[in-house]
Write a protein that binds this ligand. Structure first.
Ligand code: GTP
Length: 465
């Protein structure tokens, strides 16, 4: 430890040569000091500072020694007040203090040092000043700063990641809630042919329990479990195979379940993925059973008689039109039997309208069994009916007319303990002999039917005779 005051004392005793040598030695030691050594007198004036201060502050020691307030020149303004306070405390208490501060450089920058402040005592033990030993710690501070900045940067990145994660989680929950309330079944298969997402409607539609978790299940496993539900599994799987071969959005495809449900699917590749090959394929299913039933009901309402469920007059016209066009092209015939019940009104009058309805329904059911599969049976209105016969000739028509007459007459009804029956009067007409269009053919059949009425009913007449 340097005992500078002692040396001064010795110098004062005129041991000049020894002292000069000792001073030179001390100067060279002071020059070699890595940090900064300085001594301040009790009133805060700088008494000595090591030449090494130039390395840390780019100022010569003389600048400090000549300054009125060397401490203010040496210490960075932000640390100055604290530094003065510590210095005062060391002077007052004699206790050493350590702390870090910035020395200010001549170029405006600063250099961090670790300071050790100790009281300098005279021979009587009184405090005559304070000594500062400062060690250069700039490199360590810079490393610390870099570390702190790296940590701060990491924290910011982490906070940002958490923010986006929370946002994307919220987004996922919103989407999942939405997809679970819609009626469409949604199934997402990834590129490895495994289930990546499904919604509740999809589970319901394919008959899975609501708690089933299909994530990660292979598509072939799914297919094997759904196959028993389908009317035609091989046709459906062939459809899937053809859809997945194409990158286009598929056309809606309709398929049937064994329990009668009708479902449509549509599928598309989901774009994305780092290599741009798409991240998988989404399938959207819709149960259209109800819609199809309503459509069928509407069609039935439009073309069927609600009482007997026979085709109505509107469908009759359409079919006759179609048959005539077809017969003209193929040079074949079309037969038309038009008939009207005999003695139907008295049943209504005697037993009431519901009894009349029962007769009409019974007659429709009875004659359906007589009419062949390729022949069509219509209720034109009231107690008027008609049968259309493709590829017909007069002989085939007369044979059918006879069977119909027998069929009608053989029907028995019972109302209020009484037996009732009806007969029919039939008019037969053939394309092209008796008419070449709908109107003339119908008129010919009607005239023949009235001839049957005139002839005493329960018989048939061929047009043109
Ligand atoms: N119960 C019932 N009666 C109907 C319906 N539509 C028409 N009618 C009745 O059917 C009867 C048809 O009259 P007509 O053809 O003159 O009766 P008909 O006794 O068979 O007379 P002819 O043809 O001359 O033998 C009328 O009394 C209509 O009110 C129906 O949907 N239900």
């Amino acid at each position: 430890m340097l005992k500078i005051p002692h040396i001064w004392r010795r110098s004062a005793r005129s041991r000049k040569a020894d002292d000069a040598a000792e001073l030179a030695l001390l100067r060279s030691v002071a020059k070699g000091i890595h940090g900064v050594e300085a001594m301040f007198s009790h009133d805060g004036r700088l008494r000595w500072i090591s030449p090494s201060v130039e390395r840390l502050t780019a100022r010569l020691p003389t600048r400090y020694l000549g300054a009125d307030d060397a401490l203010a020149l040496l210490v960075h303004s932000s640390d100055l007040a604290y530094c003065r306070r510590v210095m005062g405390e060391v002077l007052a208490s004699g206790e050493a203090r350590d702390f870090e501060l910035r020395l200010q450089r001549d170029d405006g920058r600063f250099n961090w040092v670790a300071c050790h402040w100790r009281a300098l005592r005279d021979e009587q033990g009184g405090i005559e000043g304070v000594r500062l030993s400062a060690e250069d710690i700039q490199a360590r501070k810079e490393t610390e700063y870099t570390l702190l900045e790296t940590v701060a940067e990491l924290r910011r990145a982490q906070a940002l990641r958490e923010h986006y994660l929370t946002r994307s989680n919220d987004e996922r929950h919103r989407l999942s809630a939405l997809l679970n309330v819609i009626r469409l079944g949604i199934l997402f298969i990834d590129r490895d042919h495994r289930v990546l997402y499904f919604n509740s409607a999809m589970l319901k539609l394919w008959g899975y329990p609501p708690e089933e978790n299909l994530i990660g299940v292979r598509d072939v496993v799914l297919q094997s479990t759904i196959a028993p539900l389908l009317m035609d599994p091989s046709a459906y799987f062939a459809h899937i195979a053809s859809v997945v071969r194409s990158p286009q959005v598929s056309e809606p495809h309709e398929f049937k379940f064994k329990d009668g449900r009708i479902v449509t699917d549509i599928s598309a590749v989901v774009e994305g993925g780092l290599d741009g090959r798409g991240i998988g394929r989404v399938w959207i299913y819709e149960d259209v059973t109800e819609r199809r039933q309503v459509a069928e009901q509407l069609v039935a309402l439009a073309e069927r008689d609600p009482l007997t469920n026979l085709f109505n007059r509107r469908r009759f016209h359409e079919e006759l039109d179609r048959l005539l066009a077809d017969a003209e092209r193929r040079k074949t015939g079309v037969g038309l039997l038009s008939f009207d019940l005999d003695g139907f009104k008295p049943i209504n009058d005697q037993y009431g309208h519901p009894a009349g309805d029962e007769v009409l329904i019974g007659l429709a059911d009875g004659l359906r069994r007589i009419v062949r599969r390729n022949e069509m049976f219509f209720r034109l209105g009231g107690d008027e009916f008609a049968v259309l016969v493709p590829d017909a000739n007069a002989e085939a028509l007369s044979e059918l007319a006879s069977r119909l007459l027998e069929g009608v007459a053989s029907l028995r009804f019972h109302f209020s303990g009484h037996e009732a029956s009806v007969t029919a009067s039939i008019g037969a007409a053939c394309y092209p002999d008796h008419g070449k269009d709908v109107e003339t053919l119908m008129a010919a059949a009607d005239r023949a039917m009235y001839r049957s009425k005139d002839a005493g009913r329960n018989c048939w007449s061929l047009a043109g005779q």
